[in-house]
Design a protein around this ligand. Structure first.
Ligand SMILES: NC(=O)c1ccc[n+]([C@@H]2O[C@H](COP(=O)([O-])OP(=O)(O)OC[C@H]3O[C@@H](n4cnc5c(N)ncnc54)[C@H](OP(=O)(O)O)[C@@H]3O)[C@@H](O)[C@H]2O)c1
Length: 333
């Protein structure tokens, strides 16, 4: 373990991003979690990737969110993360919450997609091998699969916990009524749902209607993904599409068509509100997600340490006036 890399533990945690209990569980999650969907694959800068993980960990970001298909090519984010863990963090495994998922297409044939027991159990075994881990902290069903009985998908999650392959389980992007059934089945199986992961940002607020209230009712925690709408909720696209941005990459998920003139005009107005709060737009967008009482953490993606530094600063101002909330709400609609 290198001393240049790690701050003493007391600094890491006392001067850190801070933690919230995940739903009614005893598990504390950092206010900001780091996601490895983009920027950690084989096509990305490996040095910057390591620096981001180190910087995050040194600032108390204990939660790293992955999935079987993260990275280009699929699986490479888990493989690269596993190598970093082994080389630099092996003494710190018990200080980390590592999550992974399966549910979207991962490999050819009928067993590499969906919610079947066959797919989920094979997938967690593959993820553990790629990350060189004995267990993950959280395993998610990455999406609801209408072609598989919910009892089968939830049964596979419960068995992972019983087999010691995952400590907790969660669901992602489930329709509300299916989430309600999933919570019930997981409770009956003796492996309650820890967490629901869904898209939430100033431009995408649907989960406020029923997903968030239902989670609260069931004591399930909530973690918001794409809190910056993949980078749109920053100042980076105000003057065109910069080289090396997600929208510029052929393998990025942000489509140029999403950056319409109407959208950019709203971003520009949001940027003005952020400036009045002495925040960058990215900081304001993260603070806005975290002010929701049911949101326990935001999972950010970053392509540089500089972005990570900028985003952590969001935590310095998490309160909004009623007028700011109203103006942001109008622009997000
Ligand atoms: N459960 C699911 O189905 C699901 C789906 C999507 C995501 N997720 C999880 O959520 C994580 C985050 O998703 P996301 O990457 O879409 O999150 P995001 O935070 O909304 O977007 C991340 C992108 O925003 C840009 N960015 C970040 N900080 C910035 C800053 N300070 N200034 C300017 N630009 C900034 C970067 O874009 P550039 O690369 O252009 O620099 C970065 O790659 C994923 O890694 C994954 O773990 C889960």
């Amino acid at each position: 373990m290198s001393n240049e890399i790690y701050l003493p533990a007391s600094d890491r945690y006392t001067n850190s991003v801070g933690y919230q209990a995940c739903g009614k569980s005893g598990l504390l999650l950092p206010n900001i979690s780091l996601g490895l969907w983009h920027n950690f694959g084989d096509v990305d800068d490996a040095n910057e990737a390591l620096k981001m993980i180190q910087y995050a960990f040194d600032h108390g970001i204990t939660h790293f969110d992955l999935a079987n298909n993260y990275g280009t090519p699929f699986g490479s984010a888990e493989t690269n993360f596993g190598k970093m863990l082994k080389a630099h963090f092996s003494a710190h495994r018990d200080e980390m919450i590592i999550s992974t998922k399966a549910g979207h297409i991962m490999w050819d044939g009928p067993y590499g997609d969906g919610g079947s027991r066959k797919y989920l159990i094979s997938s967690i075994d593959q993820s553990l091998k790629r990350m060189q881990l004995d267990y993950v902290d959280i395993f998610y069903s990455h999406r609801y699969d209408a072609n598989t009985p919910l009892e089968e998908t939830m049964g596979a999650l419960s068995d992972m916990v019983k087999q010691g392959k995952a400590l907790y389980v969660g669901i992602s992007k489930y329709p509300t009524e299916k989430a309600r059934e999933a919570y019930q089945i997981l409770r009956e199986n003796g492996t309650p749902c820890l967490i629901n992961q869904d898209r939430y940002n100033i431009f995408t607020r649907q989960i406020e209607q029923s997903v968030l209230p239902l989670a609260r009712e069931n004591g399930v925690g909530c973690i918001a993904f794409s809190p910056l709408a993949q980078g749109m909720l920053s100042d980076k696209y105000l003057n065109g599409i910069p080289e090396n941005s997600r929208a510029a990459h052929s393998y990025g998920f942000l489509q140029k068509s999403q950056l319409s003139p109407e959208r950019i005009e709203k971003v520009s107005k949001l940027n003005e509100i952020a400036a009045q709060r002495n925040q960058t737009l990215a900081q304001m967008a993260l603070a806005w997600c975290l002010q929701h009482p049911v949101v326990n953490s935001v999972i950010i993606g970053t392509s540089s340490v500089k972005q990570l530094q900028d985003n952590i600063e969001a935590l310095k101002n998490l309160s909004f006036t009623a007028d700011e909330m109203w103006r942001i709400g109008e622009l997000g609609a």
